[in-house]
Design a protein around this ligand. Structure first.
Ligand code: SF4
Length: 387
């Protein structure tokens, strides 16, 4: 049996419920095609049944895998998830649900589930921490821990699906209909794992590729690789600024892949996939909320035929950047629209539960030593549904 990560055996974390112990060699860390290696001596239809419970009809507890004999369920260990639930929070009258998961090696993983009338969108993490150091992002301030394995990424979706099955949200679909890679980490910096996770979500779980959005701050080679993949997933570019000077202060990666290169890769993606990209714009008071930025953003959107999502900065005492006033937000969106771009103003779900990814982790961790004031930033505001 091959495990995707080197996780310490029997690690235990304070605050983790004892019935939620992680299984470091559990089934999600094994490729769906290799699950038979976990069930030596069992007929192959048992492997098929297990695969269905993991990916098609996920359940929170192995005890719910009712057509598997007890000996098979026991072989999975006390918990079949590759992480423990450290925190679960709910807001928006139960229509936003957020988890902080903890892997056996201590890595933090965040996911946010948002229920809408016609869809249920899950925002997932692709890395524990992030190396990109975006100045407005809590995760970026804490630095990089490690890449997540494909199974740790896919298991976030399976866990949310199992949670929905257990406790549906009012007036929302009872399955995870949309997945956005907008949680912790830069997905295209963990390409191999994200690719394999996409394969499992699309080919094994049956989620439509078009309902999955990969979001990047601009890893150009990753965008080009994604354009070559067989799946027509959606691409979101976290632009946040319309000139290189401002963008470099917000997204340091811009020094390596400036806006021109980023837009060229967006055009190649659109040409290859026949799909419009989305430009994400976290609106920050006094920084990128000016009429000049609005006009330059509209020009870029027209040029690459992209849709713009404006997401007001989620307010948090931890971030130096602030949310503009409602009037300023309205003016900015109107100016973008007036200059010919398709633009949508997105809501920021779950502000009372630290729903911007990275914030639960910030609260659960000691601030970095070089940041004694705990002045951590904020993630990409990726709580807004970008569909
Ligand atoms: S905004 Fe995204 S890419 Fe930038 S530091 Fe945060 S997690 Fe990383």
């Amino acid at each position: 049996m091959q495990s995707e990560t080197d996780l310490p055996d029997g690690s235990e974390l304070s605050g983790v419920r004892s019935d939620q112990r992680q299984n470091p060699t559990g089934p999600y860390l094994t490729a769906p095609e290799d699950l038979g290696s976990l069930l030596p001596g069992e007929p192959s239809f048992r492997t098929d049944q297990l695969r269905e419970w993991l990916y098609e009809h996920p359940v929170l507890d192995p005890e719910e895998m009712t057509n598997l004999p007890v000996r098979v369920r026991n072989a999975l260990g006390p918990n079949h998830w590759p992480f423990a639930v450290e925190v679960e929070q709910s807001s928006d009258r139960g229509r936003t649900r957020k988890w902080l998961f903890r892997a056996p090696d201590g890595a933090a993983i965040e996911a946010v589930l948002m229920g809408y009338r016609r869809r249920t969108t899950l925002c997932i993490s692709s890395q524990a921490g992030c190396a990109m150091k975006c100045s407005f992002c809590a995760t970026g301030q804490f630095g990089f821990e490690r890449h997540l394995a494909p199974g740790e990424i896919a298991a976030q979706v399976a866990f949310a699906a199992a949670s929905l099955r257990d406790r549906p949200m009012d007036d929302s679909p009872t399955r995870v209909s949309n997945v956005v890679f907008m949680g912790m980490g830069e997905p295209l910096a963990n390409y191999a794992s994200v690719r394999e996770a996409l394969r499992r979500l699309i080919d094994v779980m049956g989620i439509s590729a078009r309902s999955i959005t990969v979001s990047t701050v601009g890893v150009v080679p990753g965008i080009d690789r994604l354009a070559e993949e067989p799946w027509s997933v959606s691409l979101a570019l976290s632009l946040h600024a319309a000139d290189d000077h401002l963008r470099e202060t917000l997204v340091p990666l811009n020094a390596r892949y400036p806006i021109d290169e980023l837009l060229a890769s967006a055009r190649r993606f659109t040409a290859g996939k026949g799909r419009r990209v989305t430009l994400e714009w976290t609106l920050m008071k006094g920084l990128n909320d000016t009429p000049e930025q609005a006009r330059a953003l509209a020009a870029i959107a027209r040029e690459v035929r992209a849709h713009v999502n404006v997401i007001p900065m989620n307010p948090t005492p931890l971030a130096p950047q602030q949310r503009p006033s409602d009037l300023q937000i309205r003016r900015f969106v109107d100016e973008v629209k007036r200059h010919g771009a398709n633009v949508t103003l997105r809501d920021t779900r779950g502000t009372e539960i630290d729903a911007a990814c990275g914030q639960l982790r910030v609260r659960s961790a000691t601030p970095p030593e070089d940041d004694p004031a705990g002045n951590s930033g904020q993630h990409r505001n990726r709580t807004a549904d970008n569909r």
